[in-house]
Design a protein around this ligand. Structure first.
Ligand code: LHQ
Length: 263
């Protein structure tokens, strides 16, 4: 009997309010399996109710961020109902990223391809290593972008650029990704982990309103102006009732640094 234990598809680490999820299938560039998606969704749902977690970083083990759906597993499982597969595994993972009212940073350490690119798009902020690259690989194998790419990519970089990346499937390097607003920052490879951590720590020390800002931005993606003005009204009511708002104002008046606790 074998005593080997399979490596977990996602590693979790917690430090000073920051939860880091590392996609952990480096031999296949962190290609996505159901287990990997379910683990991401599970960790993020747990983070929603965990007061110790105030920001999340998602990154990849080894030289890649994520190469998208594991095509070897997909090919081996010829009878899979792709619609049900998306609904049951991809959709919950994307929702877990967007529904978590805490900032999620994609620290893109290498190639992000196919649904791996989609995962990075669903994050709130993207910070990339200089050697990172982004490929809407779907069209290369005759598929349509999925896992939220057709929703977020045109909204992040504009419809014309999104059409180009999706229809041609060309690779975008980190410098170009920064130029077109696909990523927020690019840092030298050796500094990615610490830069992502610094950013996450800053956000983790932020007020309750950071999560409410995420809710506002989620809603602004679909609302018209009047609906969004009502959302702002509702969220400002919530923010103004938070302990962090009182702390923020007190700190301003006392000319000192605010100490927020996320409540
Ligand atoms: C992989 C993969 C991979 C397995 C590298 N799978 N092994 C689709 C279908 C079903 C349901 C729902 O949704 C989707 C959505 C999608 O995500 S479709 C898009 C799927 N992804 C791709 O088409 C990308 C495939 N990979 C690549 O094009 C290249 O590997 C990239 C550009 C990512 C990286 O290229 P290289 O740096 O040259 O690395 P490599 O190709 O040599 O890969 C290293 C190893 O990883 C290699 O294994 P080997 O045993 O030969 O060393 C690859 O086979 C394996 N690998 N991606 N997605």
């Amino acid at each position: 009997m074998s005593t080997e234990v399979a490596d977990p598809p996602v590693l979790e680490a917690r430090d000073e309010g920051v939860l880091t999820l590392t996609l952990n299938r480096p031999k296949v560039l962190n290609a996505i399996t159901d287990g990997l998606l379910d683990a991401v969704a599970h960790s993020l749902r747990a983070a929603a109710t965990d007061g110790e977690v105030r920001a999340v970083v998602i990154t990849g083990a080894g030289r890649a961020f994520c190469s998208g759906q594991d095509l070897k597993a997909a090919a081996a499982d010829g009878n899979v109902d792709i619609r049900a597969h998306l609904r049951e595994h991809y959709v919950p993972a994307i929702h877990a990223i967007r529904d978590l009212e805490k900032p999620v940073i994609a620290a893109v350490n290498g190639v992000a391809a196919g649904a791996g690119f989609s995962l990075a798009l669903a994050a709130d902020l993207r910070i990339a290593a200089e050697s990172a690259s982004f490929v809407q690989a779907f069209v290369r194998i005759g598929l349509v972008p999925d896992a939220s790419s057709t929703y977020f990519l045109p909204r992040i970089i504009g419809p014309a650029r999104a059409a180009e990346l999706m229809m041609l499937g060309d690779s975008v390097d980190a410098a170009r990704a920064l130029e077109i607003g696909l990523v927020n920052r690019v840092v030298p490879d050796a500094e990615l982990a610490s830069a992502a951590r610094d950013l996450a720590l800053r956000l983790a020390r932020g007020p309750r309103s950071v999560g409410l800002i995420k809710r506002a931005l989620n809603r602004s993606l679909v609302n018209d102006l009047d609906a969004q003005l009502r959302v702002e009204e509702e969220l400002q009511g919530e923010a103004a009732a938070s302990a962090d708002f009182y702390e923020g104002v007190a700190a301003f008046l006392e000319k000192r640094q605010a100490h927020f606790n996320g409540r």
